[in-house]
Design a protein around this ligand. Structure first.
Ligand SMILES: [Zn+2]
Length: 505
């Protein structure tokens, strides 16, 4: 009641139009922490403009998590008033509103910015809009696209600094002509965007079109053109969406995809444009990351590897299977299920390497499902959580198997390819890796070099067999050299994790 009285007194003393000028569009009773025009807090509100077509406007189902607000993540309503952000953020097409990437972007960014910073998300995307309609400032679905964009930028500037634009558009332009002109149109539009904001080096983050389209070729070509454009504009970046699923219409990302897109936008913004924020970022971003994965359920994983990893405090994934033995005597080198269960209890991840180490390319849908289930059932019998990581036997993956894995709830699958893992461009169901073994002296030198050259933020995944691998010498790693690598990683403050932990980076 006291506050109410105070407010009333305040209202009586100050002419209304002055309040309106001082605190533009400010709605009493909500978001009292918002910066005010001319106040010293203006730098503490970071403004992000969301632009593009339907996948930026948001068409996914609004789930509970999409409506959980944070007092430091703000947006606007249709009257231009500041509100706490919750999905759906866009209001231009009331009958098609859905979850977009904005709130998830804000939530991820918030983890890495100073505590006194608020984030203001301003929606300007309109479903179905063509890039030329943006460039020509055409009215579309009741919104004059560029004029509205400029108005919203001005509105945002009253509260803080416009930090970046998030752009997702291109489905409507996915035709041969659209592909051909993509790069020049992006340049034309982004010049206008930056003029409107008054910052020629304003960061613009772009999201790829999904990979599920019935026009897959054209969408891929659009993505390629977007990436090519980005190479020529150093203040842009492209995030991958190739692993996202549609909501059932082959056009729009589902809620999980939208939330992941928001996260990726935030991480990419921090990675590329977040200079000066390094200290605020989480530990893993400022450290090199190594993922250790051990294949084929070899006894030394339990007797040698696990105690060593515990000593160093490192995580790892053990990809288990019941591989057919070369000779029956080799059975003494094989992990037993009680030992696998013990590895799980020690905090290591148990991953799926198929029941019997069969190349996935030779299996049909039902056979592959059976092979995957085999390990899941064993895990369940031994009280081990259902695996969410997979390793392709022989490192050979194919898109049909990836569909099966995705259906069965697998988040990560390790394949072939000898390179570092880039979460923004690589498919999580086809992860690249390096092989660790000590059979060849050149490989030892290469592994040392890899570790020495690994930069903070980079991710290196290792495939390792036995330490040692007595039944399979060419794949063996000696405990001595293995310990040397662990020692190096400890000394240099590496983040050494299981595959499932890629989620948390
Ligand atoms: Zn294997």
């Amino acid at each position: 009641m006291k506050i109410f009285n105070y407010c009333r007194l305040f209202m009586l003393l100050i002419p209304l139009n002055l309040i309106a000028q001082t605190i533009p569009h400010f709605k009493f009773g909500e978001n009292t922490s918002i910066a005010v025009k001319g106040g010293q807090n203006i730098k503490k509100t970071w403004v992000f403009i969301l632009a593009g077509q339907s996948n930026m406007a948001g068409r996914a189902k609004v789930e509970a998590i999409d409506t959980m607000t944070d007092p430091r993540i703000l947006s606007i309503n249709e009257k231009g008033e500041i509100i706490e952000a919750k999905e759906p953020l866009h209001f231009y097409e009331p009958k098609m509103k859905g979850t977009g990437c904005g709130l998830a972007f804000g939530k991820e960014l918030l983890k890495h910015v100073p505590k006194d910073v608020s984030i203001l998300l301003i929606p300007t995307a309109v479903g179905g809009s063509l890039i030329k309609q943006w460039i020509n400032d055409s009215p579309f679905r009741g919104v004059q696209l560029l004029t509205n964009f400029r108005d919203k930028v001005e509105l945002g500037k009253q509260y803080g600094e416009v930090k970046a634009i998030l752009w997702h558009q291109g489905e409507s332009d996915s035709n041969p002509e659209g592909v051909k002109t993509r790069k020049e149109k992006l340049r034309e539009l982004f010049t206008k965007f930056r003029e409107a904001v008054g910052n020629p080096s304003l960061p613009i983050l772009m999201g790829e079109l999904g990979s599920y389209s019935k026009d897959k070729d054209l969408w891929n070509q659009m993505n390629e053109q977007t990436r090519l454009y980005s190479v020529s504009d150093q203040f842009t970046s492209v995030i991958s969406t190739s692993d996202f699923e549609h909501k059932g219409d082959f056009l729009h990302f589902n809620s999980a995809g939208q939330r992941e897109m928001g996260k990726r936008f935030a991480r990419e913004y921090l990675r590329k444009f977040g200079t000066g924020l390094k200290a605020a970022q989480n530990k893993s971003v400022s450290q090199p990351t190594v993922v250790l994965t051990f294949d084929d359920a070899i006894r030394s994983h339990f007797t040698v590897v696990a105690p060593l990893l515990k000593k160093y405090g490192f995580g790892a994934t053990f990809f288990v299977c019941e591989k057919v033995l070369k000779s029956p005597g080799d059975s003494i080198y094989r992990l037993l299920w009680p030992q696998i269960s013990e590895l799980n209890k020690m905090g290591f991840e148990i991953g799926n390497h198929t029941g019997h180490h069969k190349g996935v390319g030779k299996l049909n849908h039902a056979q592959l499902t059976d092979e995957i289930r085999y390990i899941e059932d064993k895990c369940s019998a031994y009280g081990i959580p259902r695996p969410t990581s997979f390793a392709y036997p022989g490192n050979r993956s194919d898109s049909a198997s990836q569909v099966v894995l995705a259906e069965m709830g697998y988040r990560f699958a390790r394949a072939g390819g000898t390179k570092l893992y880039n979460p923004d461009t690589d498919n999580p169901l086809e992860l690249p890796r390096y092989t660790m073994c000590t059979d060849d002296p050149i490989r030892i030198i290469m592994t040392r070099k890899l570790l020495e050259n690994l930069l903070p933020g980079q991710i290196l995944i290792f495939t390792i067999h036995g330490v040692p691998d007595t039944a399979n010498l060419p794949y063996s790693t000696t405990p001595e050299v293995f310990t040397e690598y662990l020692e190096y990683m400890k000394e240099h403050n590496f983040n050494v994790i299981a595959l499932r932990d890629l989620n948390k980076l």
